[in-house]
Design a protein around this ligand. Structure first.
Ligand SMILES: NC(=O)c1ccc[n+]([C@@H]2O[C@H](COP(=O)([O-])OP(=O)(O)OC[C@H]3O[C@@H](n4cnc5c(N)ncnc54)[C@H](OP(=O)(O)O)[C@@H]3O)[C@@H](O)[C@H]2O)c1
Length: 266
């Protein structure tokens, strides 16, 4: 009988690493996936030393079209089956869409949307058999258009829409489906996206360990949506009341001055 596991993508840093810690604390056997093997191995060692079974480390580039096949084969080889699938890997890119590298923006769609969709649908049978669940990491950005982060916000809008639909579709199969929508969280995300450190100073900032704990509790409770932090909840629920014509310039302003949307000094 294959062993049930929680598969977490993007576990080599930030929210994904904290999610791994929370799942391990709650006794789940883990599969940690990302590109940076050393980071994953280090985390796996830490988690194993706290009496949890050592996670399986999978070095995988989710931009590769066969990444889903690679993950599935590796799990089958080890007689492991996803009970929980956590699609957390993702990145953003700051700046006006027309001035940013097109390939990088298409990569964002491949990772934030295509890979997430593949892994969401690929393991539905095992999630059902083990009465587990799916968590997809979106963002508060999924609830509004994002000038100077246009493609990123659009990918997260997809994640919100897709995951909420699965929540409804899979309810009768006994599979929990949760969309996690953090506001700003200080992680490597800001350096990768080129947004600088401004995130640390906002009143909406939440920290990765808190986000991960809220996420885990929400998933286990079968919540449709988890938005960590009071102000972020207020934003998500209030945003529908503001016309986009008024919202768009405010979002653009928040993402920095200048015409190209690049962070200062870049
Ligand atoms: N930080 C925020 O303010 C914030 C807010 C809302 C939502 N989010 C979302 O939260 C999720 C986690 O972000 P984070 O803040 O924790 O950022 P992070 O620290 O940069 O972590 C991103 C993770 O994704 C992995 N990843 C990136 N490209 C990959 C690829 N091609 N293949 C496999 N793995 C890849 C990275 O691992 P490797 O580099 O080792 O591959 C890393 O583990 C993302 O979906 C992000 O959009 C973040």
């Amino acid at each position: 009988m294959p062993e049930p596991v929680a598969l977490i993508t993007g576990a080599s840093s930030g929210i994904g690493a904290e999610l791994a810690r929370v799942f391990a604390r709650h006794g789940h056997r883990l599969v940690l996936a990302a590109r940076r093997t050393e980071r994953l191995e280090l985390l796996a060692d830490q988690l194993a030393s706290n009496a949890a079974a050592r996670p399986l480390v999978l070095t995988v580039d989710l931009l590769k079209p066969d990444a889903g096949d690679v993950i599935q084969s590796a799990l089958e080889r080890e007689a492991l089956e996803p009970q929980f699938v956590i699609n957390n890997a993702g990145f953003g890119l700051a700046g006006l869409a027309a001035l940013q590298p097109r390939e990088r923006q298409l990569d964002m769609i491949d990772l934030n949307v295509r890979a997430l969709t593949d892994l969401s649908l690929r393991f539905v049978g095992t999630m059902e058999r083990h009465r587990g669940g799916l968590m997809n990491v979106a963002s508060v950005a999924g609830f509004l258009p994002g000038p100077k982060h246009a493609v990123y916000y659009a990918t997260k809008a997809y994640v919100v829409s897709f995951t909420e639909a699965l929540h409804e579709e899979w309810r009768s199969r006994g599979i929990r489906v949760t969309t996690l929508c953090p506001g700003p969280v200080p992680t490597e995300f800001q350096a990768v996206a080129g947004t600088g450190n401004a995130v640390v100073e906002t009143p909406m900032t939440t920290f990765a360990d808190r986000v991960a704990l809220d996420a885990y509790r929400g998933l286990i409770a079968g919540k449709r949506l988890v938005v960590p932090g009071f102000l972020n909840k207020l934003l998500v629920y209030g945003i529908g009341l503001v016309p986009h014509a008024a919202l768009l310039p405010q979002v653009a302003k928040r993402h920095g001055p200048g015409t190209n949307g690049a962070p200062p000094g870049r």
